[in-house]
Design a protein around this ligand. Structure first.
Ligand SMILES: Cc1ncc(COP(=O)(O)O)c(C=O)c1O
Length: 444
């Protein structure tokens, strides 16, 4: 089927009825940007309850890595479900969890052996990394980055510094957390360009945080997203991550890579940190790992994950069905989808960059693989953030049948399933261009 096909005004009558019901019984804290009510999905296609068919460049916030309901993943889920659904991996043993830990040891960029702790979500993976950082180092303080997003439970929320609304009303946060500027090179506060930059923004940690706030020998870990996700799809330059690794090594600080969004093939490598050649001590993985089933993993150097029985556990973590889905997902990623993310990602990136010639709203196009951010600005010189315009473009794309998501204050993320074809990427670029034209037209 060629997508998209929009048959009704949006939302259609069935979608509207469900949204009306939702509005009285479901938590209003969710951030629904537009009224999509899904009925089914396949690959990069999503059909809503009124028969409208969309091209999906959101993948349920970068989760459906192998596309919607990939037959191999569905088969793995069905086969495992028929055997058993749960047998708490923290109290008993089952092979899918062991096999997944073996698989992760093989694909994560940490040499010398790793161990995995299994939870159900990104935030749980981060919580495990936080606890293990404190436990393993005997130190208490943590450094994270402004613009970063690491989850919404109290420990991870204390690191999250993306949007104030995410923290508003929930304080006090976990003590001992410090935030440093992230290398947002489009808006470099030091006026440098990627070419002449030697990651000077890291001086803030060395010259400010370590000098005025906390002694480095009391810092347990620095937690970083190699590509900030929620914060706007901002790529950390390789030299930044390399210098960060050197700084952490110098002070015996653990380096935790939050690859919840950038991991599992999305960047065109299995993990985005691989571009820099940096080996972290620990990684948080979730989202794309099980193609949509809940699973979060904290992976750490084996010598570091040396906590005793009872120190940390989870009833549902590492659910066998999720593990089976993850094993099928990793097989598909290794066979073809990491490469597809690199190839089709380059094609999509070129298409979006070409659009910027005709569309003054586009300030910056950046990313890696199929993790691409487009930052919208009102003026390319002043880089004034086009915040309301960003929301309008996302909505205009939705009305034309393209699913996108915002990121940061004024960026749009393209995070499609990694099965996206070049032809589908072209369709996405075409519709995105039309949406930009509509919004630019209404500004005149
Ligand atoms: C980089 C990163 N870390 C952590 C999280 C939290 O994941 P979850 O929503 O599964 O708790 C997210 C979610 O968007 C994320 O993008």
């Amino acid at each position: 089927m060629s997508v998209p096909v929009i048959r009704t005004p949006l939302p259609g009558p069935r979608a509207k009825a469900i949204i009306d019901r939702d509005s009285t019984v479901v938590s209003p804290s969710y951030t629904r940007g537009y009224p999509l009510v899904i009925e089914r999905g396949s690959g990069c296609m999503v059909e809503d309850v009124d028969g409208n068919v969309f091209l999906d460049c959101a993948a349920g916030i970068a989760v459906n890595s192998t596309g919607h309901s990939h037959p191999d993943v569905v088969k793995a889920i069905v086969d495992q479900s028929a055997k058993f659904l749960h047998m708490s991996g923290t109290d008993f043993y089952y092979e899918p969890q062991v096999r997944l830990a073996e698989e992760l040891a093989a694909v994560t960029p940490i040499a010398g052996g790793v161990r995995s702790f299994f939870g159900n979500s990104g935030t749980e993976a981060i919580e495990a990394c936080l606890k293990l950082s404190r436990y393993g180092s005997g130190r208490q303080n943590i450094i994270a980055f402004l613009g970063g997003f690491h989850g919404r439970s109290m420990g991870s929320l204390s690191l999250t510094a993306s949007k104030a609304i995410q923290r508003r009303g929930f304080g006090p946060m976990m003590p001992g957390v410090y935030h440093a500027p992230f290398p947002d090179c489009y808006r470099c506060p030091l006026g440098l360009t990627v070419k002449d930059c030697a990651a000077e923004c890291l001086d803030f940690i060395d010259h400010q945080i370590f000098a005025h706030l906390v002694s480095p020998d009391e810092v347990a870990a620095i937690v970083v997203e190699p590509i900030q996700g929620e914060g706007g799809y901002v790529v950390a330059p390789d030299q930044f991550l390399q210098r960060l690794r050197a700084l952490t090594k110098e002070h015996g600080i653990l380096l935790v890579a939050d690859e919840v969004q950038s991991g599992m093939g999305r960047s065109g490598r299995m993990f985005a940190i691989e571009f820099s050649g940096v080996e972290p001590d620990m990684m948080a993985i979730a989202k794309g790992i099980a193609s949509g089933l809940p699973l979060g993993v904290a992976v750490a150097r084996a010598g570091l994950m040396a906590w005793p029985p009872g120190a940390h556990a989870s009833t549902f973590g590492g659910n066998p069905v999720s593990c089976a889905a993850a094993l099928a997902t990793i097989k598909l990623l290794k066979e073809s989808l990491v490469k597809n993310a690199a190839d089709v990602g380059a094609h999509l990136m070129a298409g979006l960059q070409a659009l910027s010639e005709a569309h003054p709203l586009i300030g910056d196009v950046r990313g890696r693989g199929l993790m691409i951010g487009v930052e919208l600005v009102r003026d390319r010189q002043t880089k004034e953030r086009a915040t309301s315009e960003r929301d309008a473009v996302v909505n205009a794309a939705f009305r034309r049948g393209l699913l996108l998501l915002g990121a940061g204050k004024n960026a749009i993320r393209f995070s499609p399933p990694l099965v996206l074809t070049k032809a589908q990427a072209d369709t996405a670029v075409k519709i995105f261009g039309e949406a930009l034209t509509e919004v630019e037209g209404s500004r005149r």
